[in-house]
Design a protein around this ligand. Sequence first.
Ligand code: NAI
Length: 479
Amino acid sequence: MDYKVADLSLATFGRKELTLAEHEMPGLMEMRRRYGASQPLKGARIAGSLHMTIQTGVLIETLTALGADVRWATCNIFSTQDHAAAAVVVGNGTVDAPAGTPVFAWKGESLAEYWDEAEKVFQFKDSEGNPIGPNMILDDGGDITLLVHKGTEFEKAGAVPGQDSTDNEEYKEVLRVLARSLENDATYWTNIGAGIKGVTEETTTGVLRLYDRFKDGSLLFPAINVNDSVTKSKFDNKYGCRHSLIDGINRGTDVMIAGKTAVICGYGDVGKGSAESLRGQGARVIVTEIDPICALQAAMDGYEVKRLESVVDFADIFITTTGNFDIIRVEHFQRMKNQAIVGNIGHFDNEIDMAGLAKIEGIVKDEIKPQVHQWIFPDGKKIIVLSEGRLLNLGNATGHPSFVMSNSFTNQVLAQIEIFTKLEEYPIGVYVLPKHLDEEVARLHLDAIGVELTELTQAQADYLGVPVEGPFKSDHYRY
Ligand code: NAI
């Protein structure tokens, strides 16, 4: 088995935490009970790219328990939990003879390593050991989906642009990896793309990329937007971030949050959870927004809503949650006070202009510990940046807890089964799971936290015009 992780000897610790997590992931464990015997994913070769955490380990082992062959990379250079990666690789084998799932991920990859490992999830072998592509993708943020699409486009055009065609350090690595595959096989990505039945996408940012491709006609296969299951975005993005944002700030800085002024840029699902996370600690929270609806929501939830420019001089903590780019820029860094803390919890690092920060004349980057740096300005002012501008809840802490990820990942498993077993119902397009499955995911998580669900009488159901067993809401209901 090929794999690349930090240290296989961490597998015992990883297995103990995986076992703890299983108890907190009732949705995934029910998937194993319900579908373990019928093996709906038998024959599926899933190329996966999603933060290689303990919770993801339980997801991977659920997919394999349902019959899938899986190869896995992380979707962020800092988010891997090395003991989780080790345990998934070892599986029920030993450190000397691992028998689990190939994982290509470790905490603290370089960008070049990240894209090299991302490509490896496509390298399955058939029973005779011949190379064969995956037939499913499970993605978070769309990076491996991008490899297939860009690779296919460049192959059609007959060439990959040189790395000097872009200033973007990350995209240079994408071009390098694609140029290498094109050199070896002029139709490598075209063939991979043709073999893929579909992709299930985890996050807001990846979903945006899929809708863009569908709109411009370049989407190669159907996609299920897992993010917009209610039991994903209204839970993981919100309650997950409420838990893991302060976890990241605490582990990174251990600064007292109570009494500080914190700015949350963006008041979508992630912003709502993040603002509550800091308010819960006693911070004075100020929100920035571009959308009048979300701005009004923030105001009526009791937050001040201001422009960044109005508060940048005196706030202590700045967190971006927008999924947009160029939110905190050099002119903001210049005006921040000494020891201000800056971090991002959105998917990509371009919310904060890290490249611009590094170019300030005379600035010095001083590492306090991995993923925590102080940037020292020529006048001695220091700004603390977490996870180099990448999502800090996974870079400085361990991401969302198992219970909320069980909701997200049960959606992932159902979405994989949907596309793999009912492809004819999914012509190329971007879909959300049907509401009855969304309600089912929630239902699977009620017992564990002692929820008593009231049942409709037939007369009440008739009065509302819904079935007694649901779905209970129309598709346009917003929760
Ligand atoms: P969303 O679309 O619900 O919220 C983003 C908000 O930012 C919107 O309300 C938008 O109006 C606002 N916004 C956009 N540009 C802005 C600007 N220039 N200034 C102020 N506000 C602005 O998206 P969601 O679901 O909250 O996700 C946000 C990001 O977080 C995405 O990149 C997503 O992929 C990522 N994410 C990260 C997670 C984590 O664990 N770190 C978990 C889930 C999502």
